[in-house]
Ligand binder design. Structure first.
Ligand code: LIP
Length: 258
C-alpha cells in the first residue's frame, strides 16, 4: 500500500461520512423485519442486520481504498491503514427497539486513530471527527462538558461478561462515594460520543473492544477531552480498559480505578 497522505485521509473521511449514513439507514430498515437473533452469550447477541451492515461497509471500503478492515462480526487483520467497525453498537437496544444504538467507524493509520464516525439513526445524530480538525455533531462543533453544569458528574459505565460483575459494582460504589452519578446504556460508542458532546462527563469500561471504542475516543480528544491510551499493548486486537472524560475528572477517575 502506498503511504496514505492527508489528501488520502480527507478522501476517506468524505466518503465515509456518506457511507455511515447509508449503513445506519440499512440497519434501521432491517429492524422492522428482524429474523431470529444469534445468541453469542446470555447477554451478547447478533442479528442479520449486524452481518448485512458489516458486509456493506467492508465491501465498499476495501474495494474503494484497499485498506485493512476489522469488524465485530467478521473479524479481520490489523494493517498499516485499517478500518475498525462495529456495524451495530448497542445491539441490545437495537433488538429491544430503543434509540440507543449506532454504527461506529474508525480509521487507524500506523497505530493512530485518524478518523471517527458514529451515526445513531433513531436519534438522527451524526458524530464526526478527523484528527487535528475538531469534532462535530450534526455539522456543529462540539466540546466536552468542562463540568459547566455545576451538578454531580455523570459517568456512563459499560459492562460485559468479559469482566466480573463484582469488579463493575466496585467501580460503581467508588464513583458514588466520590459524589459521581453512574449510568449504563449498552452502547460504548454512543456513551463515548456523549462525552464528546457534553451529555456525559465521562465514559468508563473495564474492558471494551476496539470496534466499540475507537471512533468515540477520537471524538472525545477532538472535542477537548482526555482518554487513556487505549491502543497501548494489544488494544487494537484484544481490546482494553477505556476511560474518556472531560479533563477535570481525569485524576478522580484514575483514583477510582487505582
Ligand atoms: C456493547 C458495547 C458496550 C458494552 C456492551 C456491548 P455491542 O457492544 O458497546 O460497551 O458495555 O456490553 O458489548 O455488543 O452492542 O456491539
Amino acid at each position: 500500500m502506498n503511504a496514505i497522505t492527508q489528501d488520502g485521509l480527507a478522501a476517506r473521511f468524505e466518503h465515509a461520512r456518506t457511507l455511515v449514513l447509508e449503513a445506519g439507514r440499512l440497519a434501521a430498515a432491517m429492524r422492522e423485519t428482524l429474523a431470529p437473533i444469534e445468541t453469542k452469550s446470555p447477554i451478547d447477541f447478533c442479528t442479520e442486520a449486524d452481518h448485512a451492515v458489516e458486509r456493506l461497509l467492508r465491501d465498499d471500503l476495501v474495494a474503494r481504498f484497499g485498506d485493512g478492515f476489522i469488524g465485530e462480526e467478521g473479524g479481520g487483520e490489523a494493517a498499516a491503514g485499517v478500518w475498525v467497525v462495529d456495524p451495530i453498537d448497542g445491539t441490545a437496544g437495537y433488538i429491544h427497539g430503543t434509540s440507543r444504538w449506532c454504527v461506529s467507524l474508525a480509521f487507524v493509520l500506523n497505530g493512530r486513530i485518524e478518523l471517527g464516525l458514529i451515526y445513531a439513526p433513531v436519534e438522527d445524530r451524526l458524530f464526526l471527527a478527523r484528527r487535528g480538525h475538531g469534532a462535530t455533531l450534526n455539522g456543529k462543533p462540539m466540546r466536552v462538558s468542562g463540568l459547566a453544569h455545576g451538578a454531580a458528574p455523570v459517568v456512563e459505565c459499560g459492562w460485559s461478561e468479559r469482566r466480573p460483575l463484582a469488579a463493575y459494582c466496585d467501580v460503581l460504589q467508588k464513583l458514588t462515594r466520590d459524589g459521581m452519578e453512574f449510568r449504563r446504556h449498552g452502547s460504548g460508542a454512543l456513551g463515548l460520543a456523549d462525552v464528546a458532546c457534553g451529555r456525559n462527563d465521562a465514559y468508563l469500561e473495564l474492558h471494551i473492544n476496539a470496534w466499540d471504542a475507537l471512533a468515540g475516543l477520537l471524538l472525545v480528544t477532538e472535542a477537548g477531552g482526555w482518554t487513556n491510551d487505549f491502543l497501548a499493548g494489544h488494544g487494537l486486537t484484544e481490546g482494553n480498559l477505556v476511560i474518556a472524560a472531560t479533563p477535570q475528572l481525569r485524576e478522580r477517575l484514575l483514583a477510582v480505578l487505582s
